[in-house]
Write a new protein. Structure first.
Length: 279
């Protein structure tokens, strides 16, 4: 789970670097998914016990398609929402995506969280609100976009749980390679429709896109493994809280960001929530 958090944090700050360098987001999205596909394809080829026949399974292919669409939709929506709603609003609604994931797990598989886990989740939501206490006024017409981020983020986690429950771990590398390939093809189509050629990116676009793609491999692969080994009631809130803590630490060390008292209090609450959901 720690590797998932590290990879997720790297992705966040990869996009922050992209913003600082004023890169082309369309190229970043394409290079992210293309790099992730190449990495997974190489890993897949190097692995021994891969069941290639597994992808002939219709339900698995459908799951790969839906996972790709929600991943892609969340990434594109995140970029659009940052422009319209600001980074704080966008971050908050994205991180509470663990809530629909846990709700669906409880409804479908009766994976009901314990009392301490519920308390931990409430504390986590409170810590996120404290972290984002300077949220700008949200316009009513933008709420659909923000709740869309919550839903797509939750569905990405939920579909990872579905894979872990119903499909073999021997096909997970090939499964993720397929997801990334479809996402890269979709990103390439969008590029071409906008009159941009995938191979005509600038140096910063290429380097940051590849960095995010490598981080995406780390995040997605180990997230899938985490949901296979541990229940959603532990993984989802722990990932959300851990990402917030790692992001604050890296922000302080790498970007010299100031940490306010409210941020410190929010981080302490996040640590408490992690302890409680793991009781």
């Amino acid at each position: 789970m720690a590797l998932t958090l590290i990879g997720s944090c790297f992705i966040s700050y990869g996009f922050k670097l992209a913003s600082i360098k004023k890169t082309d987001q369309d190229y970043i999205v394409f290079l992210n998914y293309f790099t992730a596909f190449l990495g997974m394809a190489i890993y897949c080829a190097a692995s021994g016990n891969i069941e290639v026949s597994g992808l002939k399974n219709g339900p698995m292919l459908m799951l790969a398609i839906f996972l790709m669409l929600f991943m892609f939709g969340n990434l594109v929506g995140n970029n659009a929402s940052t422009d319209r709603n600001g980074i704080n609003n966008t971050t908050f609604f994205n991180r509470i995506g663990f809530l629909p994931c846990i709700l669906l797990s409880a409804i479908i598989w009766m994976d009901i969280p314990g009392i301490w886990q519920i308390i931990g989740m409430v504390i986590l939501v409170g810590s996120l609100m404290l972290m984002m206490k300077d949220l700008k006024q949200i316009k009513r017409e933008n709420l659909w976009m923000l709740f869309g981020l919550t839903f797509t983020n939750g569905m990405v986690s939920f579909l990872n749980i579905v894979y872990g429950r119903y499909f073999s771990s021997k096909t997970e590398i090939l499964f993720l390679a397929t997801v990334f390939l479809m996402a890269a093809l979709l990103a390439a189509v969008i590029l071409v429709k906008k009159g941009k050629m995938p191979w005509k990116c600038k140096k910063d676009d290429f380097l940051i896109g590849v960095f995010i793609g490598l981080s995406n491999i780390l995040t997605t692969l180990f997230m899938l493994k985490s949901y296979t080994a541990v229940t959603a009631n532990i993984v989802a809130p722990t990932t959300a809280a851990g990402n917030m803590i790692f992001a604050a630490v890296v922000g302080k060390l790498a970007f010299k960001e100031k940490i306010s008292r409210s941020t410190v209090a929010a981080l302490i609450l996040a640590i408490v929530s992690v302890v409680l959901v793991n009781v």
